[in-house]
Design a protein around this ligand. Structure first.
Ligand code: NOJ
Length: 724
């Protein structure tokens, strides 16, 4: 199994049942003292307006943190989450190593989702770069910073395929396609874990949320998931599997149930599939409080039963629900749980502690190292590169002089609208809990830095600002807390105020550029129709402002392509490119699959993105060579600027034993092309990768005819078919 098995066995033999359960207990610092009500109630009070955000922040600032040191001394804590400071980590580690009976070191976990201090673009944005090596490099610097702050494990990457833009957590993953999620996740695993977990700058990747959390019904967070096993195997599971194959050492079961069994107590998922079929021997870590929540799901009568079911299902670590620490010792002593089951879970945790090198080297950092490890210039440079590559140019019309609006001429005067433009903290997006306030370059900061003349305006002083502005920038979309966990939306539009601002700006006759800040696709037909230039900037991190100006002024060329479909209307959700055709695909006739009050087409398709140059595709061909399909195409840069085009290859099985999606992404390549240059791009696709699960859940490769589609987005492709 691993070279540590003997050591694990010997250690287990010395442990009491209580100490064993302690290894499975993960807690975070609890807030104590400053207020009379619970933290949850305080949050509710802020959300329903009983106290202001300022009052909430003030109270939090005065709260003390309880690190459960007495429990730790008693061997009743095995890991912590949410602590990101070398001093605090080492203080607690010292207690674990020097003051507990067996001296077993602790693991510290943290949500390092898109950077620790050097915040890089949100995952949905970064996925638009379609560049695994970039994803790995940003993962590596996140691990370097996080490990310097004492962190040993990140609760990332999230590789939940997300087809429903209402779900707030689409911001945390690589979008709607399973292959992209898998490649993104595997690259992050390599970046976080490095080449050897025992190195001080490597951290464990805890992939999440296993499984299919992205398919929550109606896009509502924490909701249920019900789907055929075929879809689960084809469209959701492969992204997690690719991360396991890349060596991910931890897995977080999802909050949701799958077909009626919550993932936290789903033995089929955690034992049969993950461990037996996929050969995973790392550790599983519950989501926060998820074991106790199995009572709410209605699958356990109380916390005691939930603990028993979760442990028996293969869930090793209890994150903050305290059900293991309360009940498992008694359950084992009463012989209601076999001690071997407990031992198996504890062995998983000890194995990771050995792999991390914590027994030999429990203090992997110190304050001096921490203080010099963050936000290094080369990290910022990488954050800027990632931000540039994450942006997607959605529209770029010509102005009244017949010149494309973007890039802007150097020296133009800008009128900048939208409160987010000058708010550094808004650049980070969801889940940037390690970020230092003030570390982000906003759009206004970047303008100041470059001595660009700009004025900021609101919808009430448009006429005045316009007088001395050549171009109007409208920074619109969502604030950072409108996406992420617990931020599902039933209307994924922009506000009325933003629309009325745009109307005023458009009326002035000056060129208007919309810069979108958002953590999900937005249904914005008004913007798409009326605003002549639109740049999707997502939430780009510490270098957002610099990167946005790099693109606006043409120092860099846009290359990003969407990894989630933009719908025209929220009611089209879930909307995704790899859909089934139906017997009556949406068309002109009334009795076809469509809406009477919204188009059947997306606003912007998956894979879409413009640039400052254009590409021409020709000569698509496909041939079979043994077990490989070789699909090729010529791509020519027909514009005046050098660029990089993300060439995408999709396949459809035209008549199978089970209906197949109209297109499935099977390969892609980012191709550098100088102005005027033409290249042949060839994709070698294994026949094995074109299979599907039949009615009986057997993986089969039957096909009569495949159509290969190659192009610059999922809609505009050349196609060629091949009989099988
Ligand atoms: C809940 C979230 O679902 C999960 O993604 C996160 O890692 C944990 N909380 C810990 O913060």
């Amino acid at each position: 199994m691993s070279k540590y098995e003997d050591k694990i066995k010997k250690l287990l033999a010395k442990m009491t049942v209580e100490e064993k359960v302690g290894q499975l207990q993960q807690c975070g610092p609890s807030l104590v003292g400053a207020f009379e009500v619970s933290f949850e109630e305080l949050l509710d009070m802020m959300f329903d307006g009983r106290i202001s955000k300022e009052e909430f922040d003030r109270l939090m600032g005065t709260a003390k943190q309880d690190f459960h040191e007495d429990d730790l001394r008693a061997g009743r804590v095995g890991s912590y989450n949410g602590i990101g400071s070398a001093a605090q980590v080492n203080k607690l580690q010292k207690i674990a190593v020097e003051e507990t009976r067996l001296g077993i070191p602790l693991i510290f976990g943290y949500d390092v989702i898109h950077g620790f201090k050097t915040i890089t673009p949100i995952p949905l944005a970064e996925s638009c770069a379609w560049e695994p090596s970039l994803w790995e490099r940003t993962g590596r610097i996140a691990a370097k910073e996080a490990s310097a702050a004492g962190i040993h494990m990140t609760f990332a990457p999230m590789v939940d395929v997300s087809k429903d833009a209402r779900w707030g957590r689409v911001s945390e993953g690589a979008g709607e396609d399973v292959l992209l999620n898998g490649l993104y996740g595997a690259a992050k695993v390599r970046g976080f874990q490095g080449d050897n977990l025992s190195k001080e700058d490597s951290i464990v990747a805890c992939i999440k949320h296993f499984a299919a959390y992205g398919a929550v019904e109606a896009g509502r967070d924490y909701n249920c998931v019900d789907m055929s096993m075929q879809r689960l195997y084809e469209e959701y599971l492969p992204s997690y599997k690719m991360c396991i194959d890349a060596g991910a050492r931890a897995v977080m079961p999802a909050f949701n149930d799958i077909n009626g069994i919550p993932c936290s107590v789903n033995k089929w998922l955690l034992m049969d599939l993950l461990r037996k079929q996929w050969g995973f021997n790392g550790m599983t870590v519950s989501d926060a409080n998820a074991i106790a929540e199995c009572v709410n799901h209605g699958i356990a009568l109380d916390g005691r039963e939930a603990a028993k079911k979760a442990l028996e299902a293969g869930l090793d670590i209890d994150m903050t629900s305290n059900t293991y620490i309360k009940y498992v010792e008694e359950l084992v002593k009463n012989e209601e749980i076999d001690e071997e089951i407990l031992d198996r879970a504890v062995a998983d945790v000890l194995r990771i502690k050995f792999e991390l090198g914590l027994f030999d080297n429990p203090y992997q950092t110190n304050e001096a190292h921490e203080s010099t490890a963050m936000l290094k210039p080369e990290y910022r440079a990488l954050a800027r590169e990632a931000a540039v590559k994450s942006m997607v140019l959605l529209k770029n019309e010509k102005d009244s002089n017949g010149k494309k609006i973007l890039p802007l001429e150097k020296g133009v005067n800008l009128g900048i609208f939208g409160e987010v433009a000058g708010n550094g903290d808004e650049m980070t997006g969801a889940w940037a809990i390690g970020a230092d306030s003030g570390s982000c370059v906003s759009i206004l900061d970047a303008c100041k830095e470059r001595d660009i003349f700009y004025q900021t305006g609101t919808k009430d002083n448009v006429d005045e600002i316009v007088k001395s502005s050549d171009v109007l920038l409208a920074v619109i979309g969502e604030k950072k807390d409108e996406s992420g966990e617990a931020s599902s939306r039933a209307k994924i539009t922009i506000s009325h105020e933003q629309i009325s601002l745009l109307k005023k700006l458009l009326k002035t006759g000056k060129p208007v550029v919309a810069i979108l800040f958002n953590g999900r696709p937005l249904a914005i037909p008004f913007v798409a129709e009326n605003v002549p230039a639109i740049l999707e900037a997502w939430h780009l991190g510490v270098e957002a402002g610099n990167a946005i100006l790099d693109i606006l002024f043409g120092d860099e060329i846009p290359t990003g392509k969407l990894t989630m479909t933009f719908p025209n209307a929220t009611g089209q959700c879930p909307m995704y490119y790899a859909h089934i055709n139906t017997g009556r695909p949406g068309g002109k006739s009334k009795f076809t699959s469509k809406y009477i009050d919204a188009p059947v087409e997306p606003l912007y398709p998956f894979g879409y993105g413009l640039s400052y140059t254009e590409y021409e595709y020709s000569d698509i061909a496909v041939k079979k060579n043994g077990d490989l399909y070789e699909a090729s195409i010529n791509v020519k840069n027909i514009g005046e600027r050098d660029g990089e085009e993300i060439v995408q290859c999709y396949v459809r099985n035209m008549a199978a034993g089970r209906v197949r999606p109209v297109k499935e992404l099977k390969a892609f390549e980012k191709v550098a092309l100088q102005a005027g240059e033409k290249k042949e791009v060839t994709f070698n696709i294994k026949a094995e990768d074109l299979g599907y699960y039949n009615w009986n859940m057997e993986y089969v490769k039957e096909a009569k005819e495949y159509v290969f589609y190659i192009g610059g987005n999922s809609k505009d492709c050349l196609e060629v078919s091949i009989k099988d």
